[in-house]
Design a protein around this ligand. Structure first.
Ligand SMILES: Cc1ncc(COP(=O)(O)O)c(C=O)c1O
Length: 463
């Protein structure tokens, strides 16, 4: 090999590739030559350019309204987190997991065996099949990261994903950051929305759904019990959706994070159990919603081996593994939940909270949608009469009407709710503008304080 002796400054700029091939120089020498070759380039100073995939993100609704609640000392029925502690057996499980040595180290990217076994055992009867904890169950960092991993695993650039509006707002970024294109179809309320209606009255027009399908459609995202409407889809409604996904060979993501929260007489049925759907459905769940531990960030996905293996491939490169002790704690909680009668008791508690908030809204004179499941109530704010010259902060000036109504309500009434137009596309935003979403995963004291404050609304409501 030819040894090159030189003084860098003496070397003129030249074609490095041709030079290195001709003289077979080693890699360090090559790098030095490259640097010398680039030394004439000028680098501009200034802000670092943001990637296109996040550049268009607007400030999210949570980071506007959660701090607002604190700042105004308003009753916070905005974000869907519990302001009461998880049950004793769930907290004890976390403490015992932290005190178990191997629980503090990496877990398998699929999830801890104990968690997968607990999930398989508890969900097998609900899916009418024996779930294999090795291949059909995977844990995730909250349901949200599970959804991200599914989109990462199945979307190529330009693939379309159908979302039913209103939708959980994180879907959008999860899809677009993975090259997908969201396509929208709304649920529409039927009946007189100036009166109290049921979430059953919010319906999907199946022909409208069909009209949105193109050769690029890859995935349909379905959510029941639904956030924010509270709808629990009936078997008949699900059968119609099942027919569409089969006809067009779509992957179905069934977001069932509120699967343990539905109110009599409704029952939550799993769309993956309908004929022909198991093979094309991934069902997503959340330990945070189930056990009142939204900050633990433990969720899961259940589906056939050929789909879960792709979720695993993506997830291994996203988080590698889910935090170990809290995964173990969720495993123990699932193992013990039935013996504690937890699921039934929890439903009964949430039903009382729901009824309390419904009464508070009725007393205040606001019509609303009675939810069949989940822990949200959509109230119709159309008849609230806000003074025309009311002043709003700058960040709200270009936002839809419901952002302004929710701000006004936080400031003048003292209760924070979430503007649901955030859960709609631009084209259908108007469908959400006359609503506010109230969360009732709150203590009795909080709900009572909200009820008292909401009475102040009465004088602003047009008859
Ligand atoms: C419909 C829906 N899906 C998914 C999630 C995310 O759940 P997790 O907190 O487990 O990530 C939420 C949380 O609000 C939700 O409402």
């Amino acid at each position: 090999m030819l040894k090159v002796k030189y003084n860098l400054k003496m070397i003129p700029r030249f074609n490095i590739v041709k030079f290195s091939n001709a003289f077979k120089i080693n890699s360090i020498t090559l790098r030095l030559l490259q640097l010398r070759n680039m030394s004439h380039l000028k680098y501009e100073s200034g802000p670092i350019k943001v990637a296109e995939r996040v550049a268009h993100f607007k400030q999210d609704v949570w980071s506007i309204f959660t701090p607002l609640a604190a700042q105004l000392k308003a009753v916070n029925l905005g974000q869907g987190f519990m302001n009461f502690p998880p049950p004793d057996f769930v907290r004890k499980a976390a403490i015992s997991a932290i005190n178990t040595n191997d629980c503090n180290q990496y877990s398998h990217p699929k999830g801890r065996l104990r968690a997968r076994e607990a999930l398989a055992k508890s969900y097998s009867p609900l899916f009418d099949r024996t779930l294999d904890p090795e291949t059909e169950v995977i844990t995730s960092a909250g349901a949200n990261e599970g959804l991200y991993a599914i989109f990462a695993g199945f979307l190529d650039d330009g693939d379309e994903v159908i979302l039913i509006e209103p939708f959980f707002d994180q879907y959008i970024a999860n899809i677009t950051m993975n090259g997908g294109v969201p396509v929208y179809v709304p649920l529409r309320p039927h009946g007189d929305t100036n009166k109290i209606i049921s979430s059953r009255d919010w319906k999907l027009d199946i022909n409208e759904l069909r009209s949105k399908i193109t050769p690029k459609t890859k995935i349909l995202v379905f959510n029941t019990p639904h956030n924010p409407v509270g709808k629990v889809f009936s078997r008949e409604e699900m059968l119609e959706i099942a027919q569409v996904v089969q006809e067009f060979n779509l992957l179905l993501i069934s977001d069932e994070v509120y699967d343990r929260l539905y109110y009599k007489p409704d029952v939550h049925e799993r769309i993956a159990t309908l004929p022909g759907l198991w093979d094309r459905t991934i069902t997503v769940g959340s330990g945070g919603k189930t056990f009142g531990t939204t900050g633990w960030r433990v969720g899961w996905s259940i589906g056939p081996k050929h789909l879960i293996k792709t979720v695993l491939a993506a997830q291994t490169r996203i988080v590698f593994c889910v935090n170990s002790p809290l995964q173990e704690a969720i495993a123990i909680s699932i193992e013990e939940a039935e013996a504690h009668g937890y699921y039934e008791e929890n439903i009964a508690l949430y039903e009382q909270r729901r009824d309390k908030l419904c009464k508070a809204l009725s007393d205040a004179g606001l019509p609303y949608t009675i939810p069949q499941g989940s822990y949200f109530i959509l109230a119709n704010t159309k008849r609230i009469n806000i003074p025309e010259d009311y002043e709003y902060p700058e960040i709200l000036l270009n936002r839809p009407k419901d952002f302004k109504v929710c701000y006004w309500m936080a400031k003048e009434i003292g209760v924070v709710a979430i503007p649901p137009s955030e859960f709609y596309s631009e084209e259908n935003r108007h469908l959400g503008e006359d609503y506010a979403r109230f969360a009732f995963c709150k203590t009795d004291e909080t709900l009572e304080a909200a009820a008292k404050a909401l009475l102040k609304l009465k004088k602003y409501i047009n008859e």
